[in-house]
Design a protein around this ligand. Structure first.
Ligand code: ZN
Length: 270
């Protein structure tokens, strides 16, 4: 069923710290849901400037640059905070797990467990159409799991875990919009060009994304379509990429997972 225009949602970035984005999902009435407010101050400024009302918070994982604003934002507001189960994140009121579906702003939000960067990492799939997208494009808030042109570091999970999470995200519909939590795109694509030098789509994307940054625009959201073409961490099947990783890391590689392991290790060194 098509949503009427006044029930459609907008998704806006609120820059925080050096290169974080807190995402603000809003409806036409000004109701707003935040994803990963690491810092309360820029969020309060955004709410004051736009006249919006904070209704709920979604948390992808426990790191402070994603959770640091919860306490302050909830001080004088009675709002739900959805996040990983386990009780380790102060302020989470609604623990959610893989496969859970809940409704906010009239939209269905599906929870995906995507461990690897941390063990508790969740992604939120907003299945409704938004003002910013094609009619059928879902939006994925994936925190520090998948980045435009890259992926998060493995702080807690195993490579197998992370690779499985990335493949799961990569299997979403190609038009799915990717709202990750950091502006790392240009440096990621710089590495991607080294890892897969014969991939012309990477060079082309670097030019396009550079233009956005020159105008101080976010490079996000990305799409699954774009990531499958240009993100080396979703391209471990590529023969050219395998060769480069093998040479760089002086390793014989026998599987896509092994390629991922040494690709991630290579990226950690640069
Ligand atoms: Zn993190």
């Amino acid at each position: 069923m098509m949503n009427s225009p006044d029930t459609r949602l907008t998704i806006r970035p609120i820059p925080a710290f050096k290169d974080n984005y807190t995402w603000a999902i809003g409806n036409a009435r000004g109701d707003t849901v935040l994803v990963d407010p690491g810092d309360a101050a820029p969020v309060e400024a955004f709410l004051a400037k736009t006249g919006r009302t904070l209704r709920a918070i979604l948390i992808t994982h426990h790191h402070a640059d994603h959770t640091g604003g919860i306490n302050q934002l909830c001080k004088n507001r009675d709002i739900p905070v959805f996040g990983p189960a386990g009780g380790h994140i102060k302020g989470v009121t609604n623990s959610v797990n893989d496969g859970d579906v809940f409704t906010l702003l009239g939209a269905h939000i599906k929870v995906m467990a995507v461990p690897g960067h941390t063990l508790d990492h969740l992604a939120y799939l907003l299945q409704e159409q938004t003002m910013d997208s094609d009619p059928s494009a879902p939006a994925l808030f994936c925190g520090d799991t998948l980045f435009a042109g890259g992926c998060g570091r493995l702080f807690e999970g195993s490579p197998e875990m992370m690779y499985t999470s990335l493949l799961r995200i990569g299997a979403l519909p190609e038009q799915t919009r990717i709202y990750c939590a950091h502006e790392y795109t240009l440096s990621n694509l710089g590495f991607a060009a080294k890892a897969e030098p014969d991939n012309e789509a990477i060079e082309l994307r670097r030019v396009l994304e550079s233009h956005k940054r020159e105008q101080a625009l976010p490079t996000l959201p990305s799409t699954i379509f774009e990531e499958l073409r240009t993100n080396p961490f979703l391209r471990c099947h590529s023969v050219c990429l395998k060769e480069q990783v093998s040479i760089q890391m002086a390793q014989e590689l026998h599987s896509d997972l092994e390629t991922f392991v040494y690709l991630r290790r290579w990226k950690d060194q640069v």
